[in-house]
Design a protein around this ligand. Structure first.
Ligand code: MTE
Ligand code: MO
Length: 383
């Protein structure tokens, strides 16, 4: 594979793997803006970044179980109503490094910043599907149900040199309320190459792996996509499963991500002065669920106080209210008093009352995905 045409990247990103390029910002950068600047948005790739230089000729083909297959050019997609959706994209591998500290896992190491919140601009997939005769709110009663498969133009070794691909159920794809986008903008600018130029899928509330970048084609298929990243990766196994006894077919591909919460105002370990400390960070849940509560402890998780939550500074945040961004993260903040060396802990509750597991061991899995255990940072107090 050829990495000679990679785009420029911001020097402050922490590089977890060079080729393919995988990098995340420092955690303190994440909470400095509710909408993550593109330069600081994590980059997660499985191959070289494709170069699309003739935008006039670029098209997406729609094929599979439809009457009339179609080629859509950028002008056709731009003709559809444009939506801006604020959505947090989170890699299922976020916080993998911490999981691998209890027992080794396979995969690129990530600290706590394999996620970002962006305003994605583009056409709704539900509108695009209508162009090929698939009605809104379509669903299938047959076993398994139909899926909508997204195939990229990139090349990766996991697919033996073939393209990255993934699929989502047809009912989600054709539901305008699910806000699945074919996005050509990120934060009001054309997508850049790292994030999928000229067109990517954004599936809000779902692990980042299903938001296929550099879209080449969309297929309506009878069952879920059989690609590597659906069938042999991004599945959640119990801690008892290892590389000798794994049977991939026993589990479904992960879709929604579970409730997550991370302290970003402190590094682990951090040295502070005794007295008042502001503890702040992000909390987010999948499936459009809001954040009902964030609890912070300064005694290693014995007792907790509740943090305040917000999406807009100065505006009260109410989970699942019409004024909240349902697909986006929530920031939390609380001021606590710290007098001696301790462990500060944060955990969130989502609007369906889902909670985070206390210990990483309880959710350990061989691929190191979905580490949503209580987030802990050590503080050393001195003058
Ligand atoms: N799409 C393509 N074509 N190739 C990829 O390697 N990586 C996926 C997804 N879409 C990937 C892809 C994964 S695992 C994640 S988490 C997100 O893109 C990352 O998106 P970002 O790099 O824009 O943050
Ligand atoms: Mo990912």
């Amino acid at each position: 594979s050829d990495y000679s045409q990679e785009p420029p990247r911001h020097p402050c990103l922490r590089i977890n793997a060079k080729e393919p390029f995988n990098a995340e910002p420092p955690r303190s950068v994440l909470i400095s803006s509710y909408v993550t600047p593109v330069d600081f948005f994590y980059k997660r790739n499985h191959g070289p970044i494709p170069l699309v230089d003739n935008i006039e000729r670029y098209s997406v083909s729609l094929n599979g179980l439809i009457e009339n297959p179609k080629e859509l050019f950028m002008k056709d997609i731009r003709m559809l109503p444009k939506y801006n959706v604020t959505a947090t994209l989170q890699c299922a591998g976020n916080r993998r490094t911490a999981m691998s500290k209890t027992r080794t896992v396979k995969g690129v190491g990530w600290d706590v910043s394999a996620l970002g919140n962006a305003v994605w601009g583009g056409a709704k997939l539900a509108d695009v599907l209508e162009l090929v005769g698939i009605p809104k709110f379509s669903y299938s009663t047959q076993k398994g149900g139909k899926h909508v498969e997204f195939v990229s133009i990139d090349r990766c070794k996991e697919e033996n040199g073939g393209p990255y691909k993934a699929s989502i159920p047809l009912d989600q794809a054709s539901n305008p309320e699910a806000d699945v986008l074919l996005a050509y903008e990120m934060n009001g600018e054309p997508l850049n190459r790292d994030h999928g130029y000229p067109l990517r899928v954004v599936v809000p509330g779902v692990i980042g792996a299903r938001s296929v970048k550099w879209l080449d084609s969309i297929s309506i298929i009878a069952e879920e996509c059989q690609g590597f990243f659906m069938q042999k990766d991004y599945k959640m196994f119990p801690p008892s499963i290892n590389w000798d006894n794994i049977d991939w077919s026993t589990r479904r591909p992960q879709m929604d991500f579970p409730v997550q919460c991370v302290i970003c105002s402190l590094e682990d370990v951090d040295h502070i002065k005794p007295g008042k400390v502001t503890v702040s960070g992000y909390a987010v849940s999948g499936g459009g669920r809001g954040i009902e509560r964030v609890d912070v402890s300064v005694d290693g998780g014995k007792t907790f106080v509740e943090a305040t939550r917000y999406q807009k500074i100065g505006a009260p945040y109410v989970a699942d209210s019409p004024s909240s961004h349902k697909w986006a993260w929530v920031f939390f903040e609380v001021t606590v008093d710290v007098r001696q060396n301790t462990e500060i802990v944060a955990k969130a509750v989502d609007s369906a009352a889902n909670v985070q597991p206390e210990k990483v061991e309880d959710v350990w899995n061989l691929r190191g995905i979905l580490n949503t255990s209580w987030h802990r940072v050590q503080v050393r107090v001195g003058r």
